[in-house]
Design a protein around this ligand. Structure first.
Ligand code: NAP
Length: 517
């Protein structure tokens, strides 16, 4: 392990190169040839088929089934917790370097199957090629990064020397955990939230999001090939409401690693706080939740860069990112110019099936999201002035055109509630101070951005813009593992900082042994 190179981020794929374009086309054909297959649960390393199925659909073409995935009930959830508990004593005693090697091996397999995984993401989650490739690259990053983090934390930890004594601090795993990821980074977040507790020596029940269970199954194939013993990760697709509550409330569970909406996160937090009979510990809840993220465009800035950064931040993956820009706050006299230039650029964005190369916005994830976002579009028509977009078409896939509302009051629903779709509210501000006050005036605090060439304004934002990830003169999405550890404030969650040096400790407890000689 001494030969291990320092962590570097996985490079993104340049699809303008003929070779990469061809490989992605071939991967899409390959994955298409596998659509509609059946997938089992995996409990204690064994496959379990159920009669009840989750039908995973291609959001670009909802008549197309991506796969039929077995659906767990409470009995199977109980078996999964038991399997994880049974695997824990052996797994926690596997040396940390050996656990880390499983992650490094999984990263290598994923890298070899990179185009295939991106193709699954295109067809199951509706990401365009570039977004899908970034998702796969981030998954590889999490594996590589957390493997190195575990090796770092397994080293002797610095303590103040004390005469006549030996003192040693060691990090130990917690036990059985439940991992509940969302569908919007169907590979990256799934992989990151699973790999971290596992490399730390815990065993888990992984309940994937019901919209993207096939990608999760494909990752289970990778873990098996990487040599992870059965029972360390138990794959348990099922309804969040039915098996989710059961798993969270289970007395044998030590921690819940959740990423998703505020509503579900709060429910999990409350449920996990209740002590079940026989439970001897407090459950830890890691809950990374929603956002209502803002970009401020200052009077003095490079407007070309500001408009380009806003477009990518607001409409990448149709705005279905927790970090997406959903409020654009424009200071003073540049307001009208920003509106004109933004409207012209948004009108050029191409909407279409995610597997078509060059599409800017694919579909939104499902019918419920489509309906919810279109309702917000109607609310927006009353609360602001429709500048561009406003159209949806769910006849074949769940397509919504990028939509911008101007003159939105800061307290409007479309300026306060997470829409999670391609809808941007533009809010005018008199001056920079007012812009900052508007930016901070939601219950969330995940990402934020400022485009400005005024040093004093940037410094003020550095101090007062209350978000976990703040970006100056660049887009506010696409945090890189190791470079920008990610997690927000307030109702955006527990600030776990995924992809950072503090993350693994969330799944560990430290023990100090002191011996006097
Ligand atoms: P969601 O509806 O909250 O679902 C997330 C996960 O929770 C899914 O696996 C879901 O299962 C499960 N779930 C639902 N009800 C549950 C319950 N009662 N108990 C336990 N688990 C339950 O969120 P989503 O629509 O998948 O994802 C979008 C949300 O995630 C947005 O709010 C976004 O901002 C947030 N997000 C945050 C971050 C971050 O780092 N802060 C990153 C990405 C996304 P089912 O699929 O079966 O319902």
């Amino acid at each position: 392990m001494r030969l291990l190179t320092p962590f570097v981020n996985e490079p993104l794929t340049d699809f303008t190169r003929e070779e990469n374009y061809r490989k992605m086309k071939e991967a899409l054909d390959h994955v298409r040839s596998q659509l509609g297959r059946e997938y089992p649960l995996i409990i204690g390393g064994k496959e379990v088929y159920t009669r009840e199925k989750i039908v995973s659909r291609n959001p670009s073409c909802h008549s197309e089934s991506v796969g039929l995935v077995s659906r767990a009930d409470r009995d199977l959830a109980q078996q999964a917790v038991e399997a994880a508990a049974k695997a824990f004593p052996a797994w926690k005693n596997v040396p940390p370097e050996a656990r880390a090697r499983c992650l490094l091996k999984a990263a290598a397999i994923l890298r070899r199957r990179k185009f295939e995984f991106s193709a699954w993401i295109v067809l199951e989650a509706g990401k365009n090629w570039v977004e899908a490739d970034a998702d796969t690259a981030e998954a590889i990053d999490f594996l590589e990064f957390y493997a190195r983090e575990m090796m770092r934390l397994a080293q002797p930890q610095p303590l103040t020397p004390y005469p006549g004594e030996e003192n040693i601090l060691e990090y130990l795993p917690l036990g059985v955990g439940v991992v509940i990821p969302p569908w919007n980074f169907p590979l990256a977040i799934l992989v990151g939230t699973t790999a971290a507790p596992v490399v730390a020596g815990n065993t888990v029940v992984l309940k994937p999001a019901s919209n993207t269970p096939v990608i999760a199954y494909k990752f289970m194939e990778v873990l098996r090939e990487a040599g992870l013993p059965g029972g360390v990760v138990n794959y348990l697709p099922g309804s969040g409401g039915e098996v989710g509550d059961f798993l969270v409330g289970h007395p044998q569970v030590h921690f819940i690693n959740f990423t998703g909406s505020k509503e579900v996160g709060l429910r999990i937090n409350a449920l996990a706080a209740q002590i079940a009979p026989g439970q001897k510990w407090l459950k830890r809840v890691i809950a990374e939740m929603g956002g209502k993220d803002a970009i401020i465009i200052d009077e003095e800035c490079n407007l070309d860069e500001a408009i380009a950064g806003t477009l990518v931040s607001a409409f990448g993956f149709s705005g279905q990112k927790c970090s997406a820009c959903s409020r654009l706050i424009v200071v003073g006299k540049v307001y009208q110019e920003v509106l004109d230039r933004l409207a012209a650029k948004v009108a050029l964005l191409k909407v279409g099936p995610a597997d078509e190369y060059g599409v800017d916005l694919g579909p939104v994830i499902d019918q419920a999201s489509f309906n919810k976002i279109m309702q917000y579009v109607e609310i927006g028509r009353r609360e602001g002035r429709l500048l561009v977009g406003g159209k949806g078409d769910d006849s074949r896939g769940y397509f919504i055109w990028p939509t911008v509302f101007a003159d939105v009051p800061p307290g409007a629903r479309i300026a306060q509630e997470e829409i999670f779709g391609p809808v941007l509210a533009v809010i005018p501000a008199r001056d920079f101070d007012e812009a900052l006050a508007i930016a901070n005036d939601t219950e969330y605090g995940l990402t934020g951005g400022v485009y400005s060439s005024n040093r004093f304004h940037l410094e003020k934002a550095r101090r007062e813009f209350h978000v976990g990830n703040l970006y100056f003169n660049r887009k506010i999405t696409g945090a890189l593992v190791g470079v920008q550890p990610f997690g927000g404030f307030n109702m955006s969650g527990t600030n776990s900082k995924a992809g950072g040096g503090d993350y693994l400790k969330l799944f560990m407890q430290s023990k100090v042994v002191s011996e006097r000689f």
